[in-house]
Design a protein around this ligand. Structure first.
Ligand code: ADE
Length: 238
């Protein structure tokens, strides 16, 4: 999967893309990044990417020409390639949107800054507007990194085992069940016996029950969307 990132602050991506799982995934050719500095497409002598808003008002607005030129240079032959503008006004990002976007083999992420971007960019180039939550950040770079991380780990092979992706919170509409590792006892706190039993059917039932209970307490809104089978209803009543 290829990510094209358009930003005024390319350095911000260094740490995230060159560490840990994303670094390895690039080495293995599973994902790759093309980061474009929008300023390289500014034609005036000060490399000015923004300007005052028509009609007056506070703040600056990103100019259209550098962004149109930068996107044009990406040669998106395939009009199926989403051009995602990160903005607090967008659709809230969640696991289900990550699952939709990972189906594409290329994604353009446009990071805004200042007060916004010229509306013509949004009307003509942008196909999706995405927010990472109801708060305002200084720019779209952190949100773009959030999307890159969440989507990359859904690319087959990026996370060690596809089982761990399937077991993630939200993947199946539920929060993840509680996890334990060694030691079996720590400061008199014990690992639940069922996990030591070796009985996988029993373990699966326990985990499903715990995931359901946890979701019911912490995120009942998720359970409303999840169709509970009779088996699940019985598990919750046990
Ligand atoms: N840019 C500024 N704040 C944002 C947010 N919450 N989500 C996406 N892009 C943003």
């Amino acid at each position: 999967m290829k990510f094209d990132i358009l930003t005024l602050f390319p350095d911000m991506f260094d740490g995230v893309l060159n560490s840990s799982i994303l670094k390895r995934a690039q080495k293995e050719g599973l994902i790759n990044f093309n980061i474009t500095d929008i300023r390289n497409y500014c034609e005036d002598k000060h490399n000015q990417a923004d300007d005052y808003p028509y009609g007056g008002g506070v703040g600056m607005v990103l100019k259209p020409e550098p962004i149109f030129k930068a996107v044009n240079d990406l040669q998106l032959a395939d009009s199926q390639t989403p051009v995602v503008f990160l903005t607090p006004q967008g659709k809230t990002f969640d696991q289900s949107l990550a699952k939709d976007l990972v189906k594409k083999d290329r994604l353009v992420l446009l990071c805004g800054h200042y007060e916004g971007v010229d509306q013509r960019v949004r009307d003509e180039l942008v196909t999706h507007e995405v927010s990472i939550g109801d708060y305002v950040l200084t720019g779209g770079e952190l949100p773009a990194m959030v999307l890159v991380d969440a989507i990359s780990r859904l690319v087959p092979g990026v996370v060690g085992s596809s089982k761990s992706v399937i077991q993630d919170s939200f993947y199946q509409g539920l929060l993840d069940y509680p996890q334990y590792t060694r030691p079996q006892e720590y400061n008199s706190l014990e690992v639940p016996q069922v996990l030591l039993s070796g009985n996988h059917a029993k373990i699966d039932r326990w985990r499903r029950k715990k995931a359901l209970e946890k979701t019911l307490v912490k995120r009942p809104d998720l359970l409303k969307e999840e169709e509970l089978s009779n088996k699940d209803k019985n598990l919750l009543e046990e």
